[in-house]
Design a protein around this ligand. Structure first.
Ligand SMILES: *Cc1c(COP(=O)(O)O)cnc(C)c1O
Length: 668
């Protein structure tokens, strides 16, 4: 057994430690901690990185939301949540800030406008919002309204989405881009929709669609506007990298594009071909990937013009990334470019190729979903309780206690920045020894408990030391997580943040209040579902990802609220009814001037979350029949004396009331 933790052996090391510490004052674990400030929280949760310009912390230690960045007012998110609860909105609640949505849309348009001026581009930008990113009516309606000034349109990937686009978009001349696999009725509806005043473009994704389009055009006597989606050889990267490349699910290969041209020519319809589309996948983290795709697409574009198609639109698809982890790198949860960089690259690349080939510069279209919709939504939920693992200040060893207790106590008192690694191995060994002695009945249950407590107390000290180190040895990598408390959250990840589970996407999560207070706990989050996958154990850290989140100790009688940010794209309709947790309450907040409303905001729309009744019907139960079944069964139980009349009455009352309640837990 190793005994480097005895005072004799550590004397030499102590001198080194002194010297090291004077070189690195921040590494000194005994230095008195300076008072915690909101700036410390800002840095800890990296809020500037992912939140600017919309989210910050105020002097009261609460999150503030500034929907128009520094151009407009802001509100205190904690006060807003308190206000919502006073109006009987139960948590979890999804809060949408309409002005953030407007700001995102303005930003993209402003960046393209700036790039067009900068490169003297002889064309315009006319974006569309891909409806699949968030189909909720209030959002689509808002986008149409905010987008009027930019002739912003909508993109549909399916028939139901086309129905939404046709009904919602009333901006004259705005585009409706029709993607996805299409049948006869999809194509026919799109062609007829053209008559409503928007430019409806049918993007051919498969060779067979040409025949359907030609036939529909003949039948209806309408000349459609067509596009082709190219399957680029330039590979995407990251999670959705396979959306491009030769084996991509969508799009036409080069030979197929040529075949489509021939067919259109033969049908005397080449004059319908106006758009080239490509989409290299979502959340593209590296700008180089976008540039490669652009280069290839521009060449295809000019070739199509040379083959005699009128063209006029180049649609660069989606993929514009969101910096979820705030690192501004090409890591999966981030992106190494700004919207302005993106717009500059699109505009300059298209200009260069068109100039070189003497082709008229096209109208530029992009289909950014994530970059427009993510920031507007914040999910706020409460912590129901914790299993806090606290092993600090164990009882000192007392004469007569088991030998292992003495040895672990000695370890515990001698842990320092020099020996912690060896001490850890010794502690593990003692704990294992205790377990095997127990199995052979050489150790009582209480003694084993005492030993394990001491073991965890050692680990606690080691973890505290590790937090001050830049380097964490491999075998201690997960120690912090194994020591972490579990915070039970009033939420279903499967309903509200499916990508957190499905593709391990990181969303920024942090308390929305108490940020002027040091978060002394380290925790992981466990949701309400009975699924052991319903947990979050990966968070945004200052240096990449971390396995635990810094959190505050719960205070008796005080709610503790956490916010999950940047959840406005994809999560809402991906969510499912796992364990029958339904949709959450949703509110749309509009910032009003303080002069008009005392609180500084108005609640524009409310979408009530599902009741139990509603989710049960979704899985084909009839709540009325269920109530009747319970009534009948309690009547039988009453007859046989298994239940009292009073109990039966209470059961019925609870059962009936439960049907109309929110599926989530009421605050404790
Ligand atoms: C999903 C999708 C988009 C949106 O992608 P984002 O990464 O959210 O911008 C755009 N176009 C097509 C064809 C898509 O399938």
């Amino acid at each position: 057994m190793n005994s480097t933790y005895t005072p004799a052996n550590s004397a030499a090391g102590a001198a080194d430690t002194q010297r090291d510490r004077s070189d690195h004052p921040e590494a000194n674990p005994t230095a008195a901690p300076a008072g915690w400030t909101v700036e410390d929280s800002e840095e800890l949760y990296r809020i500037r990185g992912w939140g600017e310009p919309y989210f910050a912390i105020n002097a009261a230690g609460n999150i503030t939301v500034s929907p128009q960045g520094d151009r407009g007012g802001s509100l205190d998110l904690h006060k807003l949540v308190t206000g919502l609860k006073q109006r009987d909105f139960q948590l979890p609640v999804l809060i949408r800030f309409s002005e953030i949505l407007a700001d995102r849309l303005e930003r993209i348009n402003a960046c393209f406008a700036k790039a067009i001026t900068r490169y003297s581009y002889e064309g315009i930008y006319q974006g569309v919002f891909p409806v699949k990113c968030n189909q909720q009516r209030h959002i689509v309606e808002d986008l149409v309204r905010f987008g009027k000034a930019y002739q912003f349109g909508l993109e549909a990937g399916t028939k139901p989405e086309l129905m939404i686009a046709l009904a919602s978009l009333d901006t004259p001349g705005a585009l409706i881009i029709c993607n996805g696999y299409k049948d006869d009725s999809y194509i026919e509806t799109a062609m007829l929709g053209q008559r409503l005043g928007q430019k409806t473009i049918i993007v051919l994704e498969q060779v067979e669609e040409v025949e359907v389009a030609i036939a529909a055009s003949r039948r209806l006597g309408i000349q459609p506007v067509l596009g082709v989606r190219a399957k680029l050889a330039a590979k995407g990267s990251g999670r959705w990298g396979d959306s491009a490349g030769d084996r991509a699910k969508f799009g036409l290969s080069i030979p197929e594009i040529v075949a489509v041209i021939e067919k259109l020519k033969a049908a005397d319809m080449l004059s319908s071909l106006e758009l080239l589309h490509f989409h290299i996948g979502s959340q593209v983290s590296a700008i180089s990937v976008i540039k490669d795709a652009l280069r290839e697409a521009c060449q295809i574009y000019v070739e199509l013009v040379e083959l005699g198609a009128p063209m006029g639109y180049l649609d660069v698809g989606g993929g514009l990334g969101v910096d979820y982890d705030g690192s501004k790198t090409s890591s999966q949860g981030s992106k190494n470019y700004s919207i302005q960089n993106y717009a500059n690259d699109v505009v300059s690349e298209v200009k260069d190729v068109c100039t070189a080939r003497e082709v008229t510069m096209p109208t530029l279209v992009s289909e950014s979903g994530r970059a427009i919709a993510s920031h507007q939504s914040v999910l706020v939920f409460d912590v129901l309780g914790t299993s806090e693992a606290s092993y600090s200040s164990p009882q000192p060893y007392q004469t007569g206690e088991h030998r292992l207790v003495r040895e672990l106590w000695e370890i515990y008192t001698s842990v320092n920045a020099e020996n912690y690694q060896e001490v850890f191995h010794d502690a593990v060994e003692f704990k294992q020894k205790a377990a095997s002695l127990f199995n052979f009945s050489y150790l009582r249950l209480a003694e084993r408990a005492r030993i394990e407590r001491l073991y965890w107390a050692c680990c606690q000290k080691i973890v505290t030391l590790l937090r001050q180190q830049d380097y964490v040895p491999d075998e201690l990598e997960h120690l912090e997580q194994s020591m972490a408390s579990i915070y039970y959250i009033n939420l279903s990840l499967f309903q509200s943040a499916l990508d957190s589970w499905a593709i391990e996407q990181l969303f920024p999560i942090l308390p929305i209040h108490r940020l002027g207070e040091e978060p002394t706990q380290r925790g992981t989050l466990a949701d309400l579902t009975c699924d052991s996958d319903g947990k979050i154990a990966r968070f945004i850290g200052k240096k990449g990802q971390k396995e635990v989140l810094e959190l505050h100790t719960l205070q008796a009688g005080e709610p503790y609220y956490l916010g999950m940010f940047l959840v406005g794209a994809y999560q809402e309709t991906l969510g499912n009814l796992h364990n029958l947790f339904g949709h959450t309450n949703t509110v749309h907040i509009h910032l009003a001037s303080k002069a008009k409303t005392q609180q500084g905001y108005t609640i524009e729309h409310v979408v009530r979350g599902n009741t139990t009744n509603e989710v049960l019907q979704q899985v084909q139960y009839d709540p009325e029949t269920m109530v009747e079944q319970i009534r009948r069964r309690s009547e039988q139980a009453l007859q046989s004396g298994q239940i009292t009349l009073e109990e039966a009455r209470k059961l019925m009352a609870n059962y009936k009331a439960g049907m109309d309640r929110y599926t989530y837990l009421a605050e404790p």
